[in-house]
Design a protein. Structure first.
Length: 256
């Protein structure tokens, strides 16, 4: 079985694949520093709780945007799963061509999402990932990654709002139903949600216009992508497992 691992700024998301089929997923936080033994033991415990033996994992592939934790994390995988993980980076076969000023600086999470969207939905395609940062990336019909946009994620904006104001509380992020709010919490929710929605729609339209690709499909993923996609016609598909499936596609390409 293949263990696909997406190491983000907030969480580590794991997916277990049996062949091409994603059979389970789980996550834990990256906010707590851990040793290799802590990573390995935690991972093995969760696998066993999910009904899998660590010995069933024969391959591991990782995309990470948190370099400082990778030594301990990969050491834990090697020690406890007896696997030498594939780490997505420069030189990894992806099946798409990176046409940017400096291809090596493009985050592996963006590349993995682009591969997944292109493999599943074809091109041209715009991928919007609502993670810690919100990213918008364009892949053309011939599989060329043309570049994109990086903006603060909705949770970053929310944290800035209540951490830098004396009287505004920490709130649940959701659609309040109305733009014009009649209480403080709803007003904050309206600003966060409709601000994100407006940004999303504007950037998508401008990317299509600038690239002259009005027919580009738009695929969303990430924690808050579902609620945003439900309120706009600019997004055609929400795929919660886009990144994990992209890792599986890239893994398969390494074996050819």
């Amino acid at each position: 079985m293949l263990l696909a691992v997406d190491v983000g700024n907030t969480d580590i998301t794991f997916g277990v694949f049996d062949g091409n089929r994603l059979i389970t997923r789980f996550r834990f936080t990256v906010q707590v520093p851990r040793t290799s033994d802590e990573y390995g033991e935690l991972l093995c415990n969760i696998l066993e709780q999910k009904g899998f033996s660590p010995e069933q994992i024969s391959e591991v592939i990782i995309a990470s945007v948190v370099p400082k934790m990778m030594y301990s994390f990969t050491s834990g995988i090697i020690k406890y799963l007896d696997c030498q993980p594939i780490v997505v980076g420069a030189g990894t076969k992806t099946g798409i061509r990176i046409d940017t000023v400096n291809p090596k600086e493009i985050g592996p999470d963006r590349i993995v999402d682009a591969v997944s969207a292109y493999e599943q939905y074809g091109g041209p395609v715009i991928v919007v990932d609502f993670g810690t940062a919100t990213t918008y990336d364009l892949v053309t019909s011939d599989g060329t990654f043309r570049g994109g946009v990086i903006s603060p994620g909705i949770r970053i904006s929310a944290n800035a709002l209540w951490n830098n104001t004396a009287n505004l509380p920490e709130i649940e992020i959701k659609c309040p139903g109305n733009v014009i709010a009649r209480d403080t919490i709803s007003a904050m929710q309206a600003g966060l949600f409709y601000g994100t929605l407006g940004q999303t729609e504007y950037i998508i339209r401008e990317m299509k216009k600038e690239a002259k690709l009005s027919d580009a499909k738009v695929i969303a993923t990430g924690g808050l992508g579902k609620i945003v996609s439900e309120h706009t016609s600019e997004i055609q598909v929400y795929d919660a497992d886009l990144t994990l499936k992209g890792l599986q596609y890239i893994y398969q390409k390494q074996k050819k």
